[in-house]
Write a protein that binds this ligand. Structure first.
Ligand SMILES: Cc1cc2nc3c(=O)[nH]c(=O)nc-3n(C[C@H](O)[C@H](O)[C@H](O)COP(=O)(O)O)c2cc1C
Length: 305
């Protein structure tokens, strides 16, 4: 299939502007490799690996299976050994670093020196301007429909808002699981999209079978956004948190029973390989762009009659 070219694909040398979301307890080596091999940019969050040895082994496993670009979500809040994690990732040739909590300046020089780029998860203009002043290369616009920690503003409003006020490349995150949705995000100024919820229901995701099945069965009304689980607003499958009493400790197995997902459950209808999700998105994107182009020629035709 022909490539889709944007500032993002040029920056990272990938075929398609699709990032496989780094998802806590869901994205590990298998999903990362599958997305990257399918032409997207596979990513995983570093907190999925408890020790440096676990992370080293995971990176080695990925590198044995693909030499394509990959990304990570690095936490710079101080709760994790980010210096050691960063060194391991740079050694393994990781080119895309997504920062959520903490100051991106801690890693920017080292990442740039190895030819990589740093993007920051952002939900507000205030955060976006601060991240720009700190030197990030791009923004991930985390919108209200996203799984995981979610924003407050819908994707189609947030992306052009950041684009016009900040002037950095903007990646859309939230509610994108089809090629038509990707076309909409790119039409309003995104250079790429992050796909999370749709990839939970894939063969390569580490979600347990009941979680995958619940994502397939759910509709958008089954998703609730609450800050009671992590202290920050996040989207959850409502029935999985109905008995929630107390926030589990970091590393507790109880996190496995709290199932995060965004409103893209609406378009998640079956469990399939991640590579098929990516190639169907690309095909749907192409079809959508062709259909949109036809609406213009049809207009011209009728005007000339
Ligand atoms: C189960 C789950 C876990 C997530 N964990 C993380 C994480 O650890 N780090 C991170 O940067 N984003 C995390 N996210 C957010 C995603 O990176 C991404 O922004 C979001 O899934 C995009 O929206 P979508 O779910 O509508 O596709 C998570 C999302 C989900 C659904």
């Amino acid at each position: 299939m022909a490539k889709i070219e944007t500032a993002f694909t040029e920056m990272f040398g990938v075929d398609y502007p699709i990032i496989g979301a780094p998802m806590f307890l869901v994205s590990y080596e298998e999903l990362t490799v599958a997305v990257s091999e399918a032409g997207g940019l596979g990513a995983f969050p570093l907190p999925n690996y408890r020790t440096a040895d676990d992370l080293r082994a995971a990176l080695k496993n990925i590198r044995n299976r693909t030499d394509k670009p990959i990304g990570v979500n690095i936490h710079l809040s101080g709760k994790f050994p980010w210096k050691e994690q960063l060194a391991l990732c740079l050694d393994a040739g990781v080119k895309f670093f997504l920062t959520s909590l903490g100051d991106p300046r801690l890693i920017i020089d080292d990442v740039h020196a190895s030819g990589g780029r740093v993007f920051a998860d952002i939900i507000s203009l205030e955060q976006a301007l601060k991240a720009r002043d700190r030197g990030v290369d791009g923004l991930i616009a985390v919108a209200s429909d996203a799984g995981g920690h979610c924003g407050r503003v819908p994707t189609l409003i947030l992306v052009p808002y950041f684009k016009s006020h900040v002037g950095l490349p903007v990646v859309a995150a939230g509610g994108i699981s089809t090629g038509a949705q990707m076309a909409a995000a790119i039409a309003v100024g995104a250079c790429a999209v992050v796909v999370g919820t749709r990839l939970i229901a894939t063969d390569e995701s580490k979600a347990v079978q009941a979680y995958k099945d619940a994502v397939v069965a759910a509709g958008p009304d089954d998703i609730v956004c609450t800050d009671k689980i992590t202290d920050n607003p996040a989207s959850w499958l409502a029935h999985s948190i109905k008995d929630f009493q107390k926030r589990p400790e970091l590393g507790s197995k109880r996190w496995l029973d709290l199932w995060s997902a965004g409103k893209s459950v609406a378009q998640t209808e079956e469990i399939k390989p991640a590579g098929a999700v990516i190639s169907e998105m690309v095909e749907d994107y192409r079809r959508t762009c062709e259909e949109l182009a036809q609406t213009i020629s049809a207009g011209r035709h009728s005007q000339s009659q």
